[in-house]
Write a protein of this length. Structure first.
Length: 109
């Protein structure tokens, strides 16, 4: 089954807000429920995984278009953003994260 077929099947049979992992660590597909103004759709959630293979955050970054990917790529590529986060890390003590385990099936990309 190719990617488009897998996505069509997930759109048809997935539950509202259901998350399906992909073969790319930290990238998942989310089924968005239909509303009065639009049909059910799919989005991409970006949520990097830790050393144990589980998401680093409870909710990731939702992406709905190639234009958004390009805009975020530009921001994340900024040296000033890296400088800012390093300065924040030097001021704020390290957070302790609970260990979790990965689960679920995967959409192969």
């Amino acid at each position: 089954m190719d990617i488009a077929e897998s996505l069509k099947a997930f759109l048809a049979s997935g539950g509202e807000w259901e998350r399906k992992n992909t073969s790319v660590p930290g990238v998942a597909i989310i089924k968005l429920p239909k509303t009065r103004n639009r049909a059910a759709s799919l989005g991409i959630e970006i949520n990097p995984v830790g050393k144990n293979g589980t998401p680093m955050k409870k909710r990731g970054l939702l992406i709905f278009s190639a234009e958004e990917v390009l805009a975020f790529r530009e921001i994340f590529g900024s040296e000033k953003l890296l400088t800012l986060i390093q300065a924040i890390e030097s001021v704020i003590p390290e957070r302790i994260r609970a260990e979790k385990t990965a689960k679920g099936d995967v959409i192969e990309l």
